[in-house]
Write a protein that binds this ligand. Structure first.
Ligand SMILES: [Zn+2]
Length: 357
């Protein structure tokens, strides 16, 4: 059976987190996880302004309690400049490992700085807004464009459901959009594999689409302030991350809908959240694939994630512009967008799917 074209006799290196801890109060288990991984001194906690008090200091204190040297640094934005600043700080303080304690942006900065210094990294998310909390990719801003950079996967993920349930619900709903985007990402990947023989992994594709299907089937039970909802979303984000690790690429979780989101990031005055834009992108791209776009839209509505330009807070004209621009975002990645949409085709797609009205 031809399971993975990319494994035809070739070596393959899959990087997966070794410990994934999900549950109420697990922030207090950070030090046990570190001990288990033989990370026993010179930690650098990278945290955000508002997440410092929620989780950053708890992690710092609990590691100091067992005699570790721990420094704490606040990360302000996910930019290359910031990665550089944190990296320098780490060199000066003799950092042996990083803990990213905060939102997706904080985690991406810590992940990339740790990768550059070739030291371990532990992910302690305070929100579940995208799959970067688990994956080996980091989204970093460089000027106005956001690029997705290959990094090392976290050695461990510690997701405290109580903390994440207390974060704004909008973030969790956005995380769902990022998971649901696996639906079109996998279709794009299959298409590229048939048309261009790009490496394709049946295992990774099956895991990624199953993850999105399970989440959509339980869409009505994803609600604000519920730890059970957080648990479901975090597990799905972990599965998506594992699918990407198996594939050795972001293909299982990132296709044309992500290109649409990146296009919006470039042109909209005030872009919405990554996962929110990807969710709406999935509706549009599913229509182009001739699939059941209504099911995507219904699931997002049940969850309380945006399904229209208005709900994204983005003007219709930017949605249309982004649709026309999307195929140029990552030209080497073949998707349903092919050589691009004409402006009138873009308008038909956006109107038929009720993204604009
Ligand atoms: Zn994403």
């Amino acid at each position: 059976m031809d399971v993975t074209h990319d494994m035809n006799g070739q070596k393959k290196w899959m990087q997966l987190p070794r410990n994934v801890v999900i549950g109420n109060g697990v922030i207090n288990e950070v030090r046990d996880v570190c001990t288990d991984l033989k990370l026993i001194d010179n930690a650098l906690v990278v945290t955000g302004k508002s997440t410092k008090g929620i989780a950053g200091e708890i992690v710092q204190d609990s590691l100091q309690d067992v005699g570790q040297n721990v420094e704490l640094v606040i990360s302000e934005s996910a930019s290359m400049k910031e990665v550089e600043r944190i990296r320098k700080h780490a060199i000066e303080s003799g950092t042996k490992y990083f803990l990213g304690v905060g939102s997706g942006k904080t985690i991406d900065v810590a992940k990339l700085a740790a990768t550059e210094l070739e030291v371990p990294f532990i992910s302690v998310p305070t929100a579940a807004s995208h799959d970067g909390i688990v994956s080996s990719r980091a989204s970093i801003k460089d000027g106005k464009t956001t690029t997705s950079i290959q990094a090392n996967a976290p050695m461990a993920v510690i997701a405290d459901t109580e903390i994440i349930a207390n974060a704004p619900y909008r973030l969790l709903a956005a995380g769902c959009g990022d998971i649901i985007s696996n639906c079109t990402a996998v279709l794009d990947w299959q298409l590229a594999s048939r048309l261009q023989n790009v490496p394709f992994s049946e295992y990774a594709a099956a895991l990624a689409s199953m993850t999105a299907q399970i989440l959509m089937d339980s869409a009505d039970s994803i609600k604000p302030e519920l730890e059970s909802s957080v648990r479901m979303v975090v597990k799905a984000l972990v599965s998506s991350g594992v699918a990407m690790s198996i594939a050795g690429s972001s293909r299982p979780a990132s296709g044309s809908e992500h290109m649409f989101s990146h296009a919006l990031d470039r042109i909209a005055d005030e872009p919405a959240l990554h996962g929110e834009q990807c969710g709406v992108g999935t509706i549009l791209m599913m229509y182009l694939h001739g699939g059941d776009w209504k099911r995507i839209s219904d699931a997002l509505k049940l969850i309380g994630a945006p399904t229209t330009a208005k709900e994204l807070g983005i003007e219709d004209k930017y949605i249309l512009e982004a649709l026309v621009l999307s195929h140029t975002i990552r030209p080497e990645r073949y998707t349903i967008l092919g050589t691009g949409l004409t402006p009138d085709a873009a308008e038909i797609v956006a109107r038929k799917t009720k993204v604009i009205s």
